[in-house]
Design a protein around this ligand. Sequence first.
Ligand SMILES: *[C@@H]1O[C@H](CO)[C@@H](O)[C@H](O)[C@H]1NC(C)=O
Ligand SMILES: *[C@@H]1O[C@H](CO)[C@@H](O)[C@H](O)[C@H]1NC(C)=O
Ligand SMILES: *[C@@H]1O[C@H](CO)[C@@H](O)[C@H](O)[C@H]1NC(C)=O
Ligand SMILES: *[C@@H]1O[C@H](CO)[C@@H](O)[C@H](O)[C@H]1NC(C)=O
Length: 646
Amino acid sequence: MRLSAPCHAIGWWWLFLSFLFAGRTGADDNSSQPISIFRSRPDLVSPILTVFTRIPEKQSPGYYFVSPYQQIQESVHIYDNDANLVYSGFGSAGPGISHAPQTCMYKGEVHLCFYQGTQMLGWGHGHGIIMDKHYRIVQSVEPGSYQASSDMHEFKLIEDGKSALLTQYLRSVYDLCPWNLCDGLGYIQEGAFQEVDVDSGKVVFEWRSLDHVDPSESYVDPSTTEISGTGEAPGSPWDYFHINSIDKNEDGDYLISARHVSAVYKISGVDGHVIWRLNGAKSDYHLDGFSFSSQHDARFISENKTHTVLSLFDNGSNGFNQTQPHSTGQIISLDHQTKVATFLLNLDPPFIDGHAHISKSQGNFQQLPDGNIIMGWGNDAFWTEYTSDGEIVFYGALGWRNVMNYRVHKFDNWVGLPLTKPALWTYSKAGDEMMMYVSWNGATEVKSWRLYGADSRDGPWKEIVENGPKTGFETILRHESTYTFVYAEALDKNGLVLGASAAERVFTPPVQMLEYCDDLACRFMPSDEEREQERQREAEEQRQREEEERLATQRATENRERAKKRAEMYGGAFGGLAALIILIMVLATRNFVSRPVHALVHRAYGTIRTKMGKADARAVGVGVGYKALPLEEQDGVRVPIISDPS
Ligand SMILES: *[C@@H]1O[C@H](CO)[C@@H](O)[C@H](O)[C@H]1NC(C)=O
Ligand SMILES: *[C@@H]1O[C@H](CO)[C@@H](O)[C@H](O)[C@H]1NC(C)=O
Ligand SMILES: *[C@@H]1O[C@H](CO)[C@@H](O)[C@H](O)[C@H]1NC(C)=O
Ligand SMILES: *[C@@H]1O[C@H](CO)[C@@H](O)[C@H](O)[C@H]1NC(C)=O
């Protein structure tokens, strides 16, 4: 497991995501890590569980237990099958990062167990935490060795809570000359685990990798990956092994997974010797037609004399040696007689446009009692629930940038009875109707809410909502009249009262605020940036308005001028045309104006024809468009227009 720098989170998976969530890039904000607004709990900003696929009738009963980090409120969170938040452990689950919350048996009761501490590049310093059903930390579990604090990769209660399994990363000087690190002290990080008696803190069993697995079996040399370590300084030991899970069987033997050697080991609970190795440089089994590498979360599923069946999360790559196109969940059967390993199940992640999760780190596989399987995609804070035959019945995410989640588990035995009171906020815009927002962080048994109103804090109280069904983390109820004070009672499935909120004064916005309020609530005050954006937007609008006005005036003036010019132009053209037509008409008809012209033309034509030797007075003029007069008309007052020019 590792903390990846934001820039490394951008792989091809993100190309797919950026397609899915087009436009959701940039800094982490509500578009890349959506968070809830709860009016009754303004202190909680929990990740919204975005659902891509859900087939409710095929989901196993129970809750999803997660602990997102690189997120605004890193902590243990519980969600129900409808993707509603049930519990946020922010603050109460302790400072620092938590990992892999799961229910566990302790002192005969169901508790909540998880790692809590700090995180380095690839390992952690912390301890195991046990919380009771009231969300109180009742025990911490510390490893008992010469280097204190446990690593984050495993914290698991076993033997009904009498003992705990936890991983440790131990640093020591080591001869790294075979890796060409010979000009000073070399440092190595070995993988270790302990079984610790929870109440006494005594170490029951301890195992260290350097006693059994030589560093030459590692596939991750010093200075080759972000988390390999350089081996050159105590602060950067070479992490040759990278233990990342521990399990224990009925016989008292252990199953561990180590990522940097790509192997799973069965360890004798008697003397710690390696009973068998699966995969890696010295596998005792031939993997028949499948492979895995850089795996996580190896668990015993079943065992008998001849076979061991186990599950694991196959990352499929160590960053430079890719053995699978994407991460998968595997159930593997080892035949101890033939020494052949076969896979019984190989679960693919959801494919979207041919792309699927290849987890850069982390991830887990959990088989539920009814056969459904949960797979957490680790580095991608997504998870999937499958039926036993591989159908995806839930696929959701806590965000798509930077946020990670080491493991996701599902359990159906969690009953949360918080010691806090239910939380209530009430609001009335105009004093007629009233909105009531009610929630109770972690309370799993609430089925409905009953509300009371009064005009004074001391009552008398009137029941205003008898039985408002709980609709999610926060239930929103409306009442048609307003009281000055309201309180809420949380009811279980039998209508019994589990707890009551304080009497809260109903909030009524003052007149000046009203324009920012609707029936549900008033808006949040804008942030400084929003105010600045608003100011700029208003200034820009003002500028645009002015510009438009200026343009409108200018356009009007131009239009007027253009109209005038057009009128002049058309006027001129029409005038000219009319004059021409009149002129033609005048010239074309015989009248006193045109006569001299006709005579002139006639004479000129006659002259030309005469000059060309074709004098024929009668024909004169025919060719030029007018009719010669009959001779009788050429006498008397009617002087022939065209006289014989000869
Ligand atoms: C974040 O976005 C979601 C919708 O994706 C919305 O429901 C929620 O109220 C937003 N949260 C905040 C804090 O704006
Ligand atoms: C042992 O387990 C394997 C794998 O689950 C199974 O096929 C086999 O029948 C089992 N053998 C006995 C003797 O139960
Ligand atoms: C898992 O695979 C991815 C993709 O190839 C790779 O970048 C990453 O380093 C691998 N993770 C581990 C833990 O080896
Ligand atoms: C790549 O991984 C496979 C499977 O674990 C292993 O057999 C092979 O030696 C590795 N190659 C390198 C170059 O690490």
